[in-house]
Design a protein around this ligand. Structure first.
Ligand code: ATP
Length: 389
């Protein structure tokens, strides 16, 4: 919205300056060609770099001069050339003429920001210590009309734990983490996460308290690079630079470099350092899931909620993910993991909670869960069911 408001103000300024230039304000002076000229100036030159609009306006001014010098008196040439160039630039050169000028690639933008630069950068949160409450649920229910998605769930997760949430399809796992991250309110019961009450507190405050998550279906920005996707996650911990950028204050550039290095470190943490310049849509499915984790880590969370992060990964990728999750817990993060890959959950989690039809049917260490008859029945069906079939 800030970008739209600022662009609107600049367009308004353009109109005002034009009025000063022509001296007499008449409707025909604000016709279609004038509006297109403004667009050509920005788009053909390149709207993302300072020199771009200068090149664009230089081009527009040059065409009639070249025409005059060549003795061609055809009024249609300038609008024709401008429209043609506009089309060509939009289709083949989205960065405009300015993108043809080689630019110094910053260290962070090239993905070579050093992860070990020695200072903590933007990651400065103090995580709950083992034993300190992170998630406390008491008697939590969620009803959708007649569907009881979650019933009477009690759950306590403490610092540095890796808790697995498993259960058959439709067991209520996603609904439960949606309530924990504040996306949907509970029908009844109390939820406390990192000192806030999700459902009663707005989602951005829950995130600011240190809750980050990934989603079952990846929600990346497909046309942005991996680095930019991770940078989006740093929004909460980086200092806003928009106003300072407009005022050309050098501190804005320094802060942006710091955010870029932070994002690059997050990519490095998940093993995507070499792919920071690759657009998200060009990454493999497994890499996209890891990129989502990098973006979640960029918010410097204390609680990381992963919804089926290994879906679509082969066993080598799943193994690497398991190692990554364990190392995050070593760094002090608490992880809540929903996963259908039971082998991976057993290997990664310190504790497992099993849901079925919205209820907790078992909770305990991976060994306890593996031997629990209620869990075996929920996953495989009972012997009587088998006989009845
Ligand atoms: P899966 O492993 O397939 O993702 P899940 O354990 O995450 O399943 P949920 O997605 O939480 O299960 O769904 C639990 C139940 O709640 C299902 O019966 C589902 O149809 C229902 N449900 C979930 N979200 C909604 C909604 N927005 N409106 C109505 N019913 C819903």
């Amino acid at each position: 919205m800030s970008a739209f408001v600022t662009a609107g103000a600049v367009a308004g300024l353009y109109g005002t300056l034009w009025a000063y230039f022509v001296r007499l304000i008449a409707p025909q002076d604000f016709g279609f060609t004038t509006a297109i000229d403004g667009l050509v100036t920005a788009v053909v030159g390149g709207s993302t770099v300072f020199i771009g609009p200068v090149l664009g306006s230089g081009f527009l001014t040059m065409v009639p001069e070249v025409q005059r010098a060549a003795g061609i008196d055809a009024g249609w040439i300038r609008p024709f050339l401008a429209s043609l160039l506009l089309l060509v630039v939009i289709l083949f050169l989205p960065g405009g003429l300015a993108s043809l000028i080689p630019r110094r690639v910053t260290m962070a933008a090239s993905g070579e920001a050093h992860a070990d630069s020695g200072h903590a950068g933007l990651a400065q949160r103090v995580h709950p210590v083992p034993g300190e409450p992170v998630i406390t649920l008491r008697g939590v229910d969620k009803d959708y009309g007649g569907v009881h998605a979650v019933r009477e769930v009690d759950l306590a997760v403490t610092g540095s734990e890796i808790v697995g949430l498993i259960g058959p399809n439709g067991a209520g796992k996603t609904t439960l983490v949606n309530m924990i991250s504040g996306l949907v309110p509970a029908t009844s019961g109390t939820i406390e996460v990192l000192g806030v009450q999700p459902g009663q507190t707005s989602v951005h405050r829950v995130a600011a308290a240190g809750v980050s998550r990934t989603f079952q279906h990846s929600k990346l920005f497909p046309r942005l690079s991996a680095l930019d996707n991770a940078l989006v996650g740093a929004h909460l911990v980086s200092r806003p630079t928009f106003i300072r950028r407009l005022l050309w204050l050098p501190s804005a550039r320094r802060d942006e470099q710091q955010s870029l290095q932070h994002a690059a470190r997050c990519l490095d943490r998940v093993g995507l350092a070499e792919k920071s310049a690759v657009t998200a849509s060009a990454l493999s499915y497994g890499d996209q899931r890891r990129l989502e984790i990098a973006r979640a880590l960029a918010a410097d969370p204390s609680l990381l909620i992963l919804d089926e992060p290994a879906a679509g990964m082969n066993h080598v990728e799943a193994q690497a993910l398991s190692t990554l999750i364990a190392s995050l817990a070593d760094d002090g993060l608490t992880v809540l993991l929903i996963e259908h890959n039971v082998g991976m959950v057993m290997q990664t989690c310190s504790r497992i909670v099993v849901l079925n039809f919205g209820e907790v049917i078992a909770a305990g260490t991976p060994e306890e869960i593996a031997d629990d008859p209620a869990v075996v029945e929920a996953y495989l069906g009972s012997a009587e069911d088998e006989e009845a079939r």
